[in-house]
Design a protein around this ligand. Structure first.
Ligand code: SF4
Ligand code: SF4
Length: 135
């Protein structure tokens, strides 16, 4: 199993990762459709990418009131059943890693699916701020 490791010290905030993810999943370059997101830490002058890190605790799965989340046994990523997701945002609030977001328009949760085990954002980051780690 793999996870995406983030080195925010070298992230330039270019957001190529967001655009890549949005394009791969929705054929649009709309950052709101991305499962990875970059936040600006104005105080420290840093850009910090956030994405699901396949943590051990899996608070999102445990707390989802509709059972919309489960582990993909092939990749270890969190799988979202969009039919069951009601967009309540509980999974977003309980994630200590800022790894999930509810899409503003369709109210379905966005969580990294690891692109079936070969994450495109990792390949496209121009400075190597994203990498793969075995877990
Ligand atoms: S593509 Fe890489 S450098 Fe650009 S914002 Fe994403 S993580 Fe940072
Ligand atoms: S937003 Fe969707 S996946 Fe997240 S806790 Fe609510 S119903 Fe479950």
């Amino acid at each position: 199993m793999i996870k995406i490791a983030i080195n925010s010290d070298i992230c330039t905030g270019c957001r190529v990762c967001e655009l890549t993810c949005a394009f791969i999943h929705t054929r649009s370059f709309t950052p709101e459709n991305s499962r990875i997101h970059v936040e600006k830490d104005e105080f420290n002058g840093k850009d910090i990418p956030y994405v699901c890190i396949q943590c051990e605790e899996k608070y999102c799965i445990e707390n989802c009131p509709t059972g919309a989340l489960e582990i993909d046994i092939q990749t270890g990523a969190i799988k979202v059943d969009e039919e069951s997701c009601i967009g309540c945002g509980v999974c977003v609030r309980v994630c200590p890693y800022n790894g999930a977001r509810v899409h503003k328009k369709n109210k379905k949760v966005l969580i990294c699916d690891l692109c079936n085990g070969d994450p495109e954002c990792v390949k496209k980051c121009p400075v190597g701020a994203l990498s793969l780690e075995q877990i």
